[in-house]
Ligand binder design. Structure first.
Ligand code: NDP
Ligand code: ZN
Length: 351
């Protein structure tokens, strides 16, 4: 079978591999819709998680079940499914403690395009199919549904982890598809005022649609100063970091009020350490906490997110700005994600 792979740091290409073999509780799935992630860009072009050789990329997919193991109960060949980006080992001790994305080790629930071939292949393997697949609701648009496995799950986690008080003020730093999903999540969690920080025009339009009340351009002055000025020096109740480089942490901490949580969902792709501002952090005593997290995976999470879409709570399809048709187009879509033209939010490939 054919797949689009990371050949080595900085290089991608099409390769041939054997079809994956499945165990008794697993499934073999063919892609139905795919999307590249900014994380694929960090992985390939920044070498963020180290070198990988001939590893098929991609972790955002809808699929059609091709084959299931003998112990799989709820899925059969031909079923259309949502495939979570994160497919934990549900019997691992980290899952039992409530941290399923970290099973088998740090970030270990992230298998596709990390240490196992990803979804940009003609077939891909899903471990523990009954726990890691969800049925794709009948009639749901593929452009919308393909945002569920990673964009909605990650963005909403950013909002969930930031402990937003009902009516609280939230700052979302970065309005790519992850930050936009965080804005939608913050609104669903009861936020009052929502600051959205970013500059791409199409993203600004969708940010407003999803609930942003104030747009801040980080190019027109320091973000922290702009938000502090707009809040009469008080700052915000919750901050979600969804873009930028290491220094964005300084903006986040300075913008946060005492008692707030800085919820990071950004993937810092390079550098040995990350900064913190001594004064903004009250010399280490400011009652400003951090939360971090890797996108939640698994079936229940996917089913709940699908309900949010099915019941019209938000429309993730608005983020699909560039829609391609045909498996071969995944390379073009990935390169577009790398280039990030001004009118892009998220490219999607319908197979
Ligand atoms: P994008 O590159 O599409 O968006 C990044 C956003 O950050 C843009 O809006 C950009 O602004 C903004 N930005 C850049 N610099 C700054 C700055 N200095 N201050 C404020 N905003 C800034 O990324 P995605 O939305 O696709 O992904 C966001 C991050 O989330 C990535 O690092 C990705 O790898 C990570 N991620 C993490 C996951 C997890 O499990 N935790 C899962 C999936 C992704 P502009 O509008 O000007 O372009
Ligand atoms: Zn991702």
């Amino acid at each position: 079978m054919k797949g689009l792979a990371m050949l080595r740091i900085g290089e991608i290409g099409w390769i041939e591999k054997d079809k994956p073999e499945i165990g008794s509780r697993d499934a073999l799935v063919k892609p139905l819709a795919l999307a590249p992630c900014t994380s694929d860009i960090h992985t390939v072009w920044e070498g963020a998680i180290g070198d990988r050789h001939n590893l098929i990329l991609g972790h955002e997919a809808l699929g059609v079940v091709d084959e299931v193991g003998s112990e799989v109960k709820d899925f059969k060949p031909g079923d259309r499914v949502i495939v979570p980006a994160i497919t934990p080992d549900w019997d691992d001790e980290a899952a039992q403690r409530g941290f399923s994305s970290q099973t088998t080790g740090p970030l270990g629930g992230w298998k596709f395009s990390n240490f196992k071939d990803g979804v940009f292949g003609e077939y891909f393997h899903v471990n523990l199919a009954d726990a890691n697949l969800a049925h794709l609701p009948e009639g749901m648009s593929l452009e919308a549904a393909v945002m569920i496995p990673d964009m909605l799950s990650t963005g909403f986690m950013g909002a969930e982890n930031s402990n937003i008080p009902m009516g609280g003020t939230v700052a979302v730093l970065g309005i790519g598809p992850v930050g936009l999903s965080a804005i939608a999540g913050a609104k669903l969690q009861g936020a009052g005022k929502i600051f959205a920080v970013g500059t791409r025009p199409k993203a600004i339009e969708v940010a407003k649609e999803y609930g942003a009340t104030d747009i801040i351009s980080y190019k027109e002055g320091p973000t922290d100063e702009q938000i502090l000025e707009a809040t009469s020096g008080k700052g915000v109740d919750s901050v979600i970091i969804a873009g930028g480089g290491p220094d964005i942490i300084l903006d986040a901490v300075r913008t946060a009020k005492a008692g707030s949580i800085v919820s990071n969902i950004n993937y810092f792709g390079s550098g040995e350490t990350l900064p913190i501002c001594r004064e903004g952090w009250g010399f280490g005593m400011a009652d400003k906490d951090f939360a971090t997290g890797l996108c939640p995976g698994g079936r229940v999470r996917m089913e709940r997110l699908a309900d949010i879409v099915s019941y019209g709570r938000m429309d993730p399809g608005l983020m699909a700005t560039h829609v391609f048709h045909g498996f071969d187009k995944i390379e073009e879509a990935l390169l577009l994600m790398k280039e990030k033209p001004r009118d892009l939010i998220k490219p999607v490939v319908i197979i």
